[in-house]
Design a protein. Structure first.
Length: 310
């Protein structure tokens, strides 16, 4: 069965269908927060009615890069910081496919930061999960873009002199239309947020706090956490950009002061890149990739779709 004839199939889906046969048992370190991402994905995908044949998981380099080895979907393991360009291309070729991109904080906010910014700006219809453990884990503990100021590591033995990047604020400024933060220690919320992100039409950015007990002792377990939707101490409109921006700024400050604020921070209904291109007549309504499997399909060149420039 291919990703084409499987899309839209209605049947009961068991979460164990997403357990990879080749590597059913992940080899992440004991206590790693990455297990929480994998578990939440396995729970969320059946809940929103997606089968393994309907999903593509694109990863970068790092501990998070093993996600598509442990999740039985279509998978593409890219190089460092390049998961989003590959994910974008796949979604443009077959927009019926559910595309999930994943990377670490160094992969997504550092090496691939330019791709993150422009994928959000264009509002490509996909889910992007950033495993944020505030450190480069796979390469043994170097300071990352989200490491707090003063953090000591192999690359900053006297303490990090730079302030950390603000992931939520960066997503908002860049143009993401769904922005949330969750943590591996809050599995129920993580499942719900991933399910919402998958169903969102547009670029959904999840900053997923994943503790690294091996290489980042400072981050501990990201507890205690507070769900901003359930707490009476926080009242803001997630559809209001200005209110969302203020709440994100507060959450990013609080994280390094010992309070972990999680939840949904911003939701916008701006049309996705794919829908805008279709409305302009610059992208076919049917999945372009299907033509590879149709001998009778009439192929078009880009100059057939666009009027000649005058």
């Amino acid at each position: 069965m291919s990703a084409f004839n499987a899309i839209g199939e209605e049947r009961d889906i068991d979460r164990e269908e997403f357990t990879a046969g080749n590597e059913p048992q992940p080899t992440w370190c004991p206590g790693c927060g990455d297990f929480g991402v994998l578990k939440a994905l396995k729970q969320a995908l059946p809940e929103v009615g997606r089968t393994p044949e309907e999903v593509l998981t694109v990863t970068g380099i790092g501990c998070s890069g093993k996600l598509n080895s442990y999740l039985d979907t279509y998978g593409f393991h890219t190089i460092h910081g390049r998961s989003l360009p590959v994910a974008r291309a796949a979604k443009l070729a077959n927009d019926g496919l559910e595309v999930i991109a994943a990377g670490g904080d160094g992969d997504g906010y550092g090496i691939g930061g330019n791709h993150f910014m422009h994928t959000a700006r264009e509002n490509h219809d996909m889910t992007y999960i950033v495993f944020n453990n505030e450190v480069f884990g796979l390469t043994k503990g170097q300071t990352s873009p989200t490491s707090p100021k003063g953090h000591k590591s192999k690359t900053t033995p006297h303490g990090n002199a730079k302030s950390p990047i603000r992931p939520l604020s960066l997503g908002l400024t860049s143009g993401a239309t769904y922005i949330a933060r969750t943590a591996a220690v809050n599995p129920n919320q993580a499942k719900e947020i991933i399910a919402e992100a998958i169903e969102h039409d547009g670029f959904a950015h999840i900053d997923f706090l994943t503790q690294c007990p091996t290489w980042n002792k400072d981050a501990r377990q990201y507890v205690p956490y507070v769900d901003v939707q359930e707490s009476d101490d926080y009242d803001f409109d997630i559809t209001d950009r200005e209110e969302a921006q203020d709440m994100m700024f507060e959450a990013e400050n609080a994280l390094h002061e010992g309070t972990v604020l999680t939840g949904r921070f911003f939701v916008d209904e701006r049309p996705s890149y794919q829908e805008q291109k279709k409305d302009l007549g610059e992208m076919p309504r049917e999945p372009l990739a299907e033509r590879y499997f149709d001998d009778d399909a009439e192929w078009e060149r880009s100059y057939d779709l666009l009027d000649r420039h005058k």
